[in-house]
Ligand binder design. Structure first.
Ligand code: PXP
Length: 249
């Protein structure tokens, strides 16, 4: 499984003082050196962490893939069409939320999402939709032309008991399997950390995990490069173990 490192939290620390450090662009370069295969950032309407300069510099300087997380609003769509990220992940956005709190309302916003997907496809930019693991949403994502879905793992990550976590995991597994069977690429993210990631890695359809908070939290104690490398090692270790499983007759 590939690792996408979300660098928003590095920008959040910078914004706490309104200065130049720590620079999320430097974090992106270190993440790449440590094995990240995608750099993820969310350009919010209120620019509370990542700003326009960051996105521009990331586009110019990273050597892996840039995933721009964004709401489907005109201002941000225009910036994305100008910057040309490798792919965009469309997410819902509310001003007062601490972080993205749920998947997209794909039923209510079907038309806007479909138009937005078409606009990105005209520039050959792939589109991922951030969705809760619900069958109807996955089928609709396929119908309106999404290339990928990112399964929202927040409820799984926030589960209070093992049984509750297992229930959410089952939904994630089913959603990933359905998406894979429809030909959609599958990513997953939100609330994933060094402990709860393991069963997610074992889901064969999931290609990439998008992780921010857990990596930046560990980095405070171990350094950013080490924190990214630890996660990359974990993803590789569990993925390799899956490949070694001998299929039953
Ligand atoms: N995926 C999406 C769509 C997100 O909005 C976020 C949070 O910015 C993440 C993944 C990463 O979540 P976390 O910071 O909890 O790892």
């Amino acid at each position: 499984m590939r690792l996408g490192v979300n660098i928003d939290h590095v920008a959040t620390i910078r914004e706490a003082r309104g200065g130049l450090e720590p620079d999320p662009v430097t974090a992106a370069h270190i993440a790449e050196l440590a094995g990240a295969e995608t750099i993820v950032c969310h350009l919010r309407e209120d620019r509370r962490h990542i700003n326009d300069r960051d996105v521009r510099l990331l586009r110019e300087t990273i050597k892996t893939r840039l995933d721009l997380e964004m709401a489907a609003t005109e201002e941000i769509i225009s910036i994305a069409l100008d910057i040309i990220p490798d792919f965009v992940t469309l997410v819902p956005e509310r001003r007062k939320e601490l972080t993205t709190e749920s998947g997209l309302d794909i039923i209510g916003n079907r038309k806007t999402l479909q138009t937005t997907i078409n606009r990105f496809h005209k520039k050959e930019i792939a589109v991922s939709l951030f969705l809760d693991p619900v069958e109807e949403y996955i089928r609709l994502a396929h119908e309106i032309g999404a290339d990928y879905i990112e399964i929202h793992t927040g409820e799984y990550a926030n589960a209070r008991t093992f049984d509750e976590a297992d229930e959410h995991l089952e939904k994630i597994r089913n959603a990933a399997e359905l998406a894979g069977s429809l030909g959609l690429g599958v990513n997953a993210g939100h609330g994933l950390n060094y402990n709860n990631i393991k069963p997610i890695i074992e889901i064969p359809e999931i290609e990439e995990a998008s992780i921010g908070h857990a990596i930046v939290s560990r980095a405070v104690f171990t350094g950013f490069e080490r924190a990214v490398r630890d996660m990359v090692d974990l993803l590789q270790r569990y993925t390799v173990r899956n490949e070694n499983v001998v299929p039953e007759d």
